[in-house]
Write a protein that binds this ligand. Structure first.
Ligand SMILES: C[S@@+](CC[C@H](N)C(=O)[O-])C[C@H]1O[C@@H](n2cnc3c(N)ncnc32)[C@H](O)[C@@H]1O
Length: 323
């Protein structure tokens, strides 16, 4: 329904883009007030109507997103067939390597060495926690100090900051649509998923792609629940298989999330989730109430035991006290 799409673009403008991307706030707000463009978007399946997907598709095709709404509108309507095809072909699968900063303390405490398995890996940039540098609370760089990627993270609470990097001997991932760090078009799409004003994120992405290109991960195409058993079984003997995911389960309907959780309970290996509230009820039930229920923080959990609250892009890590 057009009204649903209108509300989606309004919400995106007011709640997601505001304060982060003036251009996306302006353009999404313009779309929300444009019945003609809303009607075109409504020809797409519901899951392909996302503001992020439309805006990234226009940028991917070199359309104008930096100017006023009228220029964006004219270009988008004129090139609608190409925009629509790109929105049908590609997905919102932003890959944020900075999430490694919130995963690291936990990874470093597991029995080493590790075989990392990421579900919903996108291009697999979160599979390189041992190849990045980390600056917690503005302190000295820790980790791979020669890495072109240095991740800043502010901490609160009793975060068990690691003394050494985890030893990763194997990295693999699964995604419905794996992106290849060696494919220029895939990398360009990843770049278009970073919002226009987020120059620091773009630089980080490009540097993380350089790191991954030196040692591309093994990524399989498929559904996470259907493939996870085989991936865990493929981990080399002598390494701890660790399944991890961040910003993934929200894409699944509740029954599929529960099915995956059942599979993971059965596999009984370390399972690290870094997800929004509401997607893993067993984690939510064990969380203390949020001081501010409107804060959009993820929960970092190990085998459904919540350990920390994290900023969605890895900028902050608040370790929970044991209660
Ligand atoms: C927002 S991206 C997050 C990528 C990465 N985990 C990160 O933190 O940067 C979500 C990814 O999950 C993938 N995905 C969604 N549903 C999936 C499923 N059922 N099986 C495998 N991958 C899935 C999408 O294709 C997308 O690449």
């Amino acid at each position: 329904m057009a009204s649903g799409t209108k509300a989606r673009y309004q919400r995106f403008a007011a709640r997601e883009a505001r304060g982060h991307s003036p251009s996306y706030e302006r353009l999404a707000g313009g779309v929300a007030d444009d019945p003609g463009l809303l009607a075109l978007i409504d020809e797409l399946p519901d899951e392909r109507r996302q503001p992020n997907l439309l805006l990234a598709a226009v940028r991917f095709l070199d359309g104008p997103v930096g100017g006023d709404y009228a220029a964006f509108r004219e270009w988008t309507v004129t090139h609608w067939t190409c925009v629509r095809d790109t929105m049908l072909e590609r997905r919102t699968q932003t890959n944020e390597p900075a999430r490694c900063a919130v995963l690291l303390p936990l990874l470093a405490r597991l029995p080493q060495p590790l075989a990392l398995i990421e579900v919903g890996a996108s291009a697999g940039l979160c599979l390189y926690p041992d190849r990045y540098g980390y600056r917690y609370d503005g302190g000295p760089v820790f980790g791979d100090t020669a890495s072109p990627v240095v991740l800043d993270c502010a901490t609160t609470g009793p975060v068990p900051l690691p003394q050494r990097l985890p030893e990763v001997v194997w990295r693999a991932g699964v995604d419905l649509n794996p992106l290849e760090v060696t494919d220029p078009q895939d990398v360009r799409w990843l770049e278009c998923l970073v919002w226009p004003e987020q120059h620091e994120r773009l630089a980080r992405l490009r540097n993380a792609v350089r790191v991954a290109r030196a040692e591309p991960p093994t990524l399989v195409r498929g559904d996470l629940d259907a493939t996870i058993r085989d991936l865990v079984a493929a981990a080399p003997a002598g390494a701890t298989p660790v399944v991890l995911h961040s910003a993934v389960l929200a894409y699944l309907p509740p029954e599929k999330r529960e099915s995956f959780a059942t599979t993971m309970r059965d596999l009984a290996c370390p399972w690290i989730s870094n997800e929004a509230p509401g997607v893993l009820p067993a984690v939510d039930h064990r969380l203390p109430p949020l001081p501010d229920p409107d804060t959009l923080l993820f929960t970092l959990a190990l085998n459904e035991r919540p350990l920390a609250r994290t900023s969605p892009h890895g900028q902050s890590l608040e370790w929970l006290p044991t209660w």
